[in-house]
Design a protein around this ligand. Structure first.
Ligand code: NI
Length: 201
């Protein structure tokens, strides 16, 4: 092999690879998941509604929709959770086999008020299989960091209540626990169902 050919080969190989579409007759081009390779997610051990420990690895083999928020949130969290629930129900209706392998997970950033029972009941209101998780402040902090969620407890009001500022993001993870895409909960249930249909295969 002469030197100039050797230099050209890697480029030729790249072109060939790019020209190789998915085998098997699908005409749709493969689209890379927007969050592919992003450092979002990872192991945690939190507490489920019955007080039992729940770990990230318990969901291995399942697609997961993960949202961090708090049950006393006056506006955004309930709306987002409702869109997740509605979107997943729609997706399950259209794709029963795939749908049952998608687990929505709501993690509180307000463990002081969101006991296992409170967050469990809140989650179940939006979808019967939505898992509500809480834990020690340390465990929640560690999980929030891994899932790139920022939050800050606000000043208490006269009545003693308080708001929690927090990142509102809904992330879809694949059965290996890798991030796939953000779900557009701000656009409502049908948009969430549509996005699920795009990735959950
Ligand atoms: Ni909220």
């Amino acid at each position: 092999m002469n030197k100039s050919l050797f230099r050209v080969l890697p480029l030729a190989a790249a072109v060939l690879l790019a020209a190789c579409g998915p085998q098997g007759g699908s005409s749709a081009p493969e689209i890379e998941p927007p969050l592919e390779g992003a450092s979002i997610g990872g192991d945690f051990t939190l507490v489920g509604k019955d007080g039992q420990p729940v770990s990230w690895s318990d969901f291995d083999g399942q697609w997961r929709i993960v949202y961090f928020g708090y049950t006393f949130c006056p506006d955004v969290c309930p709306v987002d959770a409702a869109a997740i629930g509605q979107g997943l129900r729609q997706f399950e209706k259209d794709n029963p086999e795939l749908g049952k392998n998608v687990t929505p997970i709501f993690v509180t950033v307000d463990p002081k008020r969101d006991t296992p029972e409170v967050v469990g009941e809140f989650a179940a209101n939006f979808h019967p299989r939505m898992v509500g998780l809480t834990g020690t402040q340390e465990a929640i902090d560690a999980a929030a960091k891994k899932f790139v969620v920022y939050y800050e407890i606000g000043e208490p009001s006269e009545g003693g209540g308080y708001l929690v500022n927090h990142t509102n993001q809904t992330v879809l993870f694949d059965p290996d626990g890798e991030p796939v895409a953000l779900l557009p909960t701000d656009m409502g249930g049908p948009a969430v169902a549509e996005e699920l249909a795009k990735w959950v295969k």
